[in-house]
Each structure stands twice: as C-alpha cells, then as structure tokens.
Design a binder for this molecule. Structure first.
Ligand SMILES: [Zn+2]
Length: 433
C-alpha cells in the first residue's frame, strides 16, 4: 500500500462535516490528511511519484465508507451460509467499510471467547468487522450476559437479535447495565404471543394466500415497551429493522420527550410490500415481514425527518437448504450488503429521499447510534472511503454475488448507482470490474 493516496475531482459528500463539493482527498498513513476543493487546489499531485497513488474520481460520488450496524455473518457455526471473510467481501463490494455482526451464531456470542474468535477472523477480513454481544446467555432470554466482559473483549453493542427479549424484567436490567457500560441495546421488537405461527404480514394478502399473519401490533407493542423501559432506566435503546407506521410514530414521540432511542430501517422494508409474497417466493419471507404501502410511506417519512436515523441491511444469509422449501418452513431474511446502496438510491431517483440524507443514514448516523468512531472523512479520521458511480446501471446476477448465500429477491433486477471502489484505512479493498 502506498503511504500516500489522493482521490481527485470527485463530488465529496460527507454530511458529518457538511461537505458537498468537488474535492481532492489526501490520505497519509491510512488517515485523511486534508481535503481541498479541486477548483482551488494548487498542490502539485506529483503524478507517478513513488509511493503516491492517484485515484481519479472525476464524475463520481465520494462518501465516507458505508457503515452497516446490522449483519449476520454466521461464523462460528454456520459457515456454509457465510463466514466473517465472505461476509466482509460482500460488504466491501457493497461499499461498506465497517459492519457489525449479530450474536446469533453457534455458539452464541455471549462470552469473551466467541467475541475474540470473531475478532480473530476479522483481522484478515476486507472490512472492519465489529461484534455485537448477546443480551442473554444463549439468546434464551433467561440470564443476562456479562456485558462488561463482552465490552472488554470488543463487543460494541448488545442484542438478542433474531429473538425478542420476551422478559420485560430482563430487558429492564439489560438497559440498566448497558447504561453502565455506555453501550446501546439493540431491540428486535416482536411480541411472540402476537406473532405465534405467523409467517407474513397480517392483512388482505395473507388472507388471500391463506397464510398465518403477523400483525403490526406485534412490533408496535414491543417497541412501546422497550421505549418505556429506556425511559425508566436512562439506557440507550436502538430499534432494529422498524417496519411499521406505528413504530415510527412511537419512536418519534419518544425522541421528542428526550428518550435515548434511535432506529434503523432495512432497504427491503422501504422497497417491497407484502404483495411480493404472492407466488410464495421464500425470498420475500423476513422478520419483521414485508408490510404495506402505508407503512413504507411512514418509514420513508421517518427517514426524511430523522426519526429513523439509520439504514441497516439485516444481511441474513441462508442456503438453499433453508430457503428452497415450503413458504411456512423457510428461514427468515435475505442477503443485503451488495444491493443496499443501489436499492436506497432508487428512492433518491424517485425524489422520495435526498441523497444527503441517504448518505447520512448509511454513514455518520449509524456510527453515532452505536457510538463508533467511523462514518466521517473529517481530517484525521481513518481513510474509509467509498467511490460510487451514480450513473452506472447494473443487474443483480447470482453468479456475481460475493456473499456465500444467494437468497435475495433482487436477482435479475437492474439497479442504478454502483459502488466503484471501496477503501479501508487508505487501502483499496474492492474495485468494480
Ligand atoms: Zn432482527
């Protein structure tokens, strides 16, 4: 790696420092050394000088490396679906430079040895991988984990994601402890008694298909409970994958009265409705389920006004063993790292979201929600940078997916806006072919 890199003439958009200007970014020793407006930059670029890499970003968008605070990397335990290495490779291809992986591995990341194992695997990974520790031992919802120890080993937040924390008393204590260790609790908000055997959104489509439904209130009631517990304890709550209008309203009201609550939405929840389940495609099965138009409207409104600060993929790799089965039996979730930027950019092209807000929701906002240093290219920050060709069209093809799993409803779909180059600590980890 060259000690010095300069990215020239790109449209540098970084909401964290209020920058949107054609600029040159100078990188030294893996960090941002300076940013100069290209028009007034008279520094000699020493083209061809030894030890200097010049990356021409003319006509491209240059943003802080994307940050995904919600992925499932499946290692240890389910390496046939994804490993830390393959997941990080998919992340790099999607423009992400930092990803957080959930604790629902086998064994569960509920103790220091698992955390250390993941971090060991992450050392050789393409992007920065940070583990999220479990809230309860084995995700069983009975006994709280040693959050202090998990933090010490490198966990950056806590969540039983994949499973709701059913026991309100346990959630209360988790929020109390998390306040003590200064970390967020990420809630997978779902009231099991209202989900029961539901496999899709409850509504006219589920009735028509004859599939058991999951009502919005299953999510809303749990978000309401967790907000009240955050209010009681002073703990920091982050709501994962909000999918309902009611959830957005609850979070907005809580934020207005000063509760420490942040939220994320997944790209599929703002681009697909439950009508995608017609045909019983198991790649339309996720948890929370795809909802209805009115929910999408509210979610996008929440993104625009900042109620939902972040976009997170909920990247959930599954093999054909879990997905090529009857709809009711299929595993929940889809892969998301490689399509996230282009999917959300579609909303920008439709005039429903500003590009600035989109970039903010995929960089500084998730970083702040979890308390991470990344998401900004301010001078002195690690040079984690993504270069995007907003004009490029591409079609999602199974063969070119880098994730070990191919479970996505977007195969064959043509999208606009393509990640061109991903840079971590000044080093290029992905270049589009
Ligand atoms: Zn979840």
């Amino acid at each position: 790696m060259a000690n010095r890199v300069v990215i020239t003439n790109g449209r540098v958009l970084d909401p964290s420092i209020g920058l949107d200007e054609v600029s040159n970014i100078y990188i030294m020793g893996g960090r941002v050394a300076s940013i100069k407006a290209s028009a007034s930059d008279d520094s000699p670029l020493e083209e061809g000088a030894p030890g200097l890499d010049v990356i021409d970003a003319t006509g491209k968008l240059v943003v802080p490396g994307l940050v995904d605070i919600h992925t499932h990397l499946r290692e240890p335990g389910y390496e046939y679906k994804e490993t830390v290495s393959t997941g990080a490779g998919a992340a790099a291809a999607g423009g992400f430079t930092t990803i957080l992986c959930m604790a629902n591995t086998l064994p569960v990341n509920d103790n220091q040895s698992v955390t250390r194992y993941i971090l060991k695997q992450a050392e050789s990974a393409a992007v920065r991988v940070l583990p999220i520790g479990a809230v309860s031992l084995g995700l069983k919802g009975k006994t709280i984990t040693e959050m202090g120890e998990l933090k010490e080993a490198g966990c950056v937040a806590f969540s039983d994601d994949g499973m709701p924390v059913k026991d309100a008393g346990l959630m209360r204590r988790a929020l109390e402890y998390s306040a003590g260790v200064g970390k967020a609790i990420i809630t997978h908000a779902e009231e099991p008694e209202l989900v029961r055997d539901g496999v899709m959104n409850e509504g006219p489509v589920s009735t028509r298909l004859g599939l058991p439904g999951i009502p919005n209130v299953a999510e809303d009631s749990m978000i309401a409970r967790d907000i009240q517990l955050a209010e009681l304890t002073g703990g920091r709550l982050h709501v994962a994958h909000v999918s309902t209008r009611g959830g957005v309203d609850l979070i907005r009201a809580a934020q207005a009265r000063g509760v420490k609550v942040t939220a994320e939405v997944a790209p599929h929840h703002i681009t697909l409705t439950d009508s995608r389940v017609i045909g019983y495609d198991t790649n339309a099965k996720m948890n929370p389920p795809l909802r209805r138009d009115g929910d999408i409207e509210a979610l996008i409104e929440g993104l625009n006004d900042g109620t939902i600060g972040s976009i997170a993929t909920d990247h959930a790799p599954h093999s054909v063993i879990e997905k090529d089965v009857e709809f009711a039996c299929a595993a929940n979730g889809i892969i998301g790292l490689e399509t996230a930027f282009s999917l959300v950019y579609g909303l920008v092209l439709d005039g429903r979201l500003s590009l600035e807000r989109m970039v903010e929701a995929m960089t500084i906002s998730p970083a702040k929600a979890i308390g991470l240093e990344c998401g900004s290219i301010r001078v002195g920050a690690a040079a984690d940078i993504t270069i995007i060709d907003l004009g490029a069209e591409w079609t999602v093809e199974a063969d070119s997916i880098r994730s070990r799993s191919k479970n996505t409803p977007y195969i064959g779909v043509t999208m606009k806006g393509r990640v061109q180059q991903t840079i971590v600590g000044g080093k290029t980890v992905f270049t589009a072919s």
